[in-house]
Design a protein around this ligand. Structure first.
Ligand code: PRP
Ligand code: ZN
Length: 289
């Protein structure tokens, strides 16, 4: 598709698919119903979405089949793709972990010596073994790694753990973390050479940053008696100065402030005690700093 559109690859079906789409929609991209199509053009932005297997995304971005991609950091490292790591996206957090039978307990990594470990991440695991001076056999499997121990193919596994449900279902338990991962935005290293695409990418990054900022912040509104204002301001995080507005009742003020989402429950009692009332906490859709 040589239409000059920015080509963004996301996972076709898997842990990151829904949240990747959700992020793009929060960025204001109007994505039509894509049921089973591999390429979808957004209605209000010069961007084509490519739905791919996550394992293929780093290489496609490296080769310029896609200009940018959203994929797990684990996959980018495993594929040793030569791409730009543009941004961590704060979702899809998971750990690549060594795991094994529920009735076994591994406390020291040395206990893995001489064992067989099944994984779809042979390169990351080999590095980990090398760093920890472990001699173990790595058995490379492309999917359903979790059944390897019960099939007798391996003693342990090294696989992605998110909720832990897959391990539990297979009567496995986690031992130790090999790698922490989350979704990242990656880009082709030559994109700067195409100034038109590069400016589309920069615009997309601004939108993504705005959506991420907004997700971490909330807009707090409250009424405060004039003579309590100082005490209330002491409780509020001092990142930005709050907006202060007059009210019809001249002894009162309205105070508005952007606060970190997780802070509300920490400070609401102190705000009350400082004299604030009518606290309203509302979500923010986008925020450009
Ligand atoms: C990983 C892993 C497990 C599952 C673990 O697969 O291989 O199947 O996630 O998640 P849980 O702890 O929440 O049960 P992934 O989503 O990376 O899919 P893929 O191997 O098909 O790429
Ligand atoms: Zn995968």
């Amino acid at each position: 598709m040589a239409n000059g559109n920015l080509k963004l690859a996301i996972q076709k079906s898997g842990r990151l698919s829904e949240k990747s789409l959700q992020l793009l929609r929060t960025c204001g991209l109007d994505i039509e119903n894509y049921s089973n199509r591999l390429i979808v053009t957004t209605r209000n932005y010069e961007l084509d979405l490519l739905f791919l297997r996550d394992d293929d995304i780093p290489e496609y971005v490296q080769d310029g089949v896609a200009d940018v991609g959203i994929v797990g950091e684990d996959v980018v490292i495993e594929k040793e793709a030569d791409v730009e790591m543009i941004k961590k996206l704060g979702f899809g957090k998971c750990r690549l972990m060594l795991a094994g039978p529920e009735n076994e307990d591994i406390k020291e990594i040395q206990e893995i010596n001489g064992k067989r470990v099944a994984t779809s991440y042979p390169k990351i695991l080999a590095n980990y073994f090398r760093d920890n001076k472990i001699q173990a056999k790595i058995i490379q499997i492309s999917g359903s790694v979790e059944i390897a121990p019960s099939l007798g193919v391996a003693d342990y596994i090294c696989d992605i753990v998110s909720t832990g449900n897959t391990l539990k279902l297979n009567k496995l338990k986690k031992y130790m973390t090999v790698f922490d991962s989350e979704a990242v935005l990656i880009g082709n290293k030559n994109i700067e050479k195409d100034s038109d695409k590069y400016s589309k990418l920069k615009n997309l990054i601004v939108r993504i940053e705005s959506a991420l900022n907004a997700k971490n912040s909330k807009y707090l509104m409250m009424n405060v008696p004039k003579d309590s204002l100082e005490r209330v301001r002491e409780v509020l995080p001092s990142l930005k100065s709050p907006t202060i507005l007059p009210l019809a009742d001249e002894s009162m003020l309205a105070v508005h402030a952007v606060i970190p989402s997780d802070m509300f429950w920490e400070i609401q009692k102190d705000l009350h005690e400082a004299g604030a009332s009518g606290l309203l906490l509302v979500p923010i859709e986008n925020m450009i700093l």
